[in-house]
Unconditional design. Structure first.
Length: 189
């Protein structure tokens, strides 16, 4: 194990997320996976259009643009997971497949309902955020729990003994994001 990947858990504070939090009682309700500590290679299943929470699918997220730009008070937790070079290579191959097929990939709203029922609902080509992250990790040989991806919640990443919390607070204050924002504000590259 000589590399790391990062799981970003977020709470934008929207009405949609507040509704989910009332049910889950968890501090974060969205999860993404990053292949770098700067969160530049950040992927999930979420909003394709930042202003429409109902139109979702596979997305490459940008913490300074899109949904996160609309919600600058987003809180987050960043967890690191030790992985091997081979596991990273597998993740990259799978992400490339998702990228190639993203127009056919949908947000799995039924899967979210399945979690509430404790019954996995897995329509082909559709994932919800934590299901995608868990599936990507599991298929790469990273096993965090004895739970199928379709039943994994964002809070499961927080509770795993195989993840290590490296930051918690405002997303825009995460050191690598803050540096990027300052560089962007001053036109540095």
């Amino acid at each position: 194990m000589d590399r790391k990947v990062y799981v970003l858990l977020t709470d934008t504070g929207t009405i949609f997320t507040k509704t989910i939090k009332q049910y889950t009682r968890a501090p974060y309700n969205h999860s993404s996976i990053a292949l770098d500590s700067e969160l530049l290679e950040l992927y999930s299943f979420g909003r394709r259009n930042p202003k429409n929470p109902l139109y979702g699918g596979f997305v490459k997220e940008d913490v300074l643009q899109g949904t996160y730009k609309l919600y600058p008070q987003t809180t987050c937790a960043v967890y690191e997971i030790n992985v091997s070079e081979r596991q990273i290579a597998k993740m990259r191959r799978m992400i490339n497949l998702f990228e190639k097929n993203k127009s056919r990939m949908l947000y799995n709203i039924f899967g979210v309902i399945g979690i509430a029922l404790k019954e996995p609902l897995e329509p082909w080509g559709s994932y919800f955020c934590s299901q995608f992250v868990a599936e990507l990790l599991e298929r790469s040989g990273v096993k965090l729990w004895d739970k199928i991806p379709a039943l994994v919640t964002p809070d499961d990443f927080r509770k795993s003994d195989k993840t290590k919390l490296i930051y918690e607070g405002l997303l825009l204050e995460y050191p690598a994001v803050r540096k990027r924002k300052i560089d962007d504000d001053f036109g540095c590259t």
